[in-house]
Design a binder for this molecule. Structure first.
Ligand code: SAM
Length: 386
């Protein structure tokens, strides 16, 4: 039998193949990584790898319809290239054909479990390796319906970007009280807990999104709390609060006193933007934060890159130094789907005397998710608001 790749010595093409499969990337994307692994052909070695590390370990309960579609495409691809298909792959496909009748994926609000792997470069070489210590895996239950939970049950690109930002510059967030608005599936909060924010508060206005978010935190071994009066700072506890921007009272908001506020893909509905800006204003102005003494220019001190290898070329600091700003800040990442909506948000912020700095060209996080082809850092705008 051809020698199989072992998980602890994976080179980057195998790592991309496995990560893309776990994240449930479209079958064509996963298959193209499979081809890369075998030098433009899905060889027996590659098929064995897919069988052992992807298919046989997958959970039919969560991924059944995806597995079926993936295997079908894979088998067609291998056959049409004239290679021999592994018996195990045929047998598994036959099993799915009989056990997964109909297409569950078509059911409204079907849930799937995606595993997002942040791939940290090897410190000495800068090359991706699959050593367990250099990989952060986040399990997220998501909906196949992008609109479920007021859009909050899907992973949106800006939360991937903010997560890469947090993991690239952990010192900005460690030992800080971080508050996220419109948290959705909770990915950003899980990354904040990973870099040891002193307190993580996630919020959302939609109750089914909040329920899904809590489940995701638990899937990732984080405790969830809802107690607003919880002053006990514990890195493993993440607070989840219901916070519709339009009804959040000033008193309620003043209670949180975060050092850093975050938001990913929350600038999209003009109806809610005045409420969102009001929430940001109150959170940015509330008193008693430890961040008053923090000079935010130090946030982007290049020495923070020491956690990653000098050999890594992905992260770079370009353009002029970021202007100094005292006190509490918000980081808002956004895909610009409608320029007028973004302009409206910026004008509301200006009217409220907020200072908005466009960091898009100034700060580039590491590319920890190279296998997610639908996500490009260049598609995201990043603003710092103070
Ligand atoms: C496009 S999703 C982004 C979710 C997550 N931040 C991400 O990037 O994956 C927008 C999020 O904002 C929340 N949201 C929308 N309008 C809201 C409002 N008026 N008050 C509070 N949350 C709201 C939604 O429930 C949803 O979770």
């Amino acid at each position: 039998m051809a020698k199989e790749k072992e998980l602890d010595v994976l080179d980057s093409s195998y790592l991309h193949l496995l990560s893309a499969f776990l994240a449930m990337e479209p079958p064509n994307v996963v298959i193209s990584f499979a081809r890369d692994c075998g030098g433009d052909s899905i060889t027996e070695t590659v098929q064995n790898f897919i069988w052992r590390h992807c298919i046989s370990k997958a959970d039919v309960k969560w991924q059944g319809p995806y597995l079926k579609r993936f295997l079908k495409k894979l088998i067609v691809e291998i056959e049409s290239s004239g290679c021999v298909v592994l018996d195990e792959l045929y047998e598994q496909y036959a099993f799915y054909m009989t056990s997964l009748r109909g297409d569950d994926a078509a059911k409204e609000n079907s849930r799937v479990l995606k595993i997002i792997s942040f791939l940290f470069p090897d410190e000495s070489s800068g090359i991706l390796s699959c050593s367990k210590s250099r990989k952060l895996e986040v399990k997220l239950q998501c909906s196949l319906n992008m609109l479920e939970g007021d859009t909050g049950c899907s992973i949106w690109p800006s939360s991937l970007f903010l997560s890469e930002f947090i993991l690239s510059f952990p010192d900005i967030f460690s030992n800080k009280c971080c508050f996220e608005v419109g948290s959705g599936v909770g990915l950003v909060g899980i990354c904040l807990a990973h870099v040891k924010a002193s307190k993580v508060i996630l919020s959302d206005g939609n109750l089914s999104t909040l329920a899904n978010m809590k489940l995701n935190l638990e899937l990732n071994h984080l405790r969830t709390g809802t107690q607003l009066l919880d002053h006990h700072r514990n890195c493993n506890t993440v607070q989840c609060v219901s916070l519709p921007w339009e009804s959040a009272s000033e008193d309620e908001l003043r209670y949180f006193t975060p050092d850093i506020i975050l938001g990913a893909d929350v600038v999209y509905d003009p109806t809610f933007l005045p409420h969102l800006v009001r929430v940001l204003v109150v959170l940015l102005r509330c008193e008693n934060s430890v961040s008053e003494e923090v000079d935010a220019v130090s946030e982007f001190d290049a020495s923070q890159c020491k956690v990653m290898s000098n050999a890594t070329q992905n992260a770079e600091f370009s353009g002029d130094p970021i202007p100094s700003v005292k006190g509490r800040v918000a980081y808002i990442a956004s895909v610009v789907r409608n320029v007028d909506t973004l302009r409206y948000f910026l004008s509301l912020a200006k009217q409220s005397n907020l200072i908005v700095t466009d960091l898009t060209e100034k700060v580039k996080p590491f590319n920890f998710l190279p296998y997610i082809k639908s996500y490009q850092q260049s598609g995201i705008k990043m603003f710092r608001i103070s």
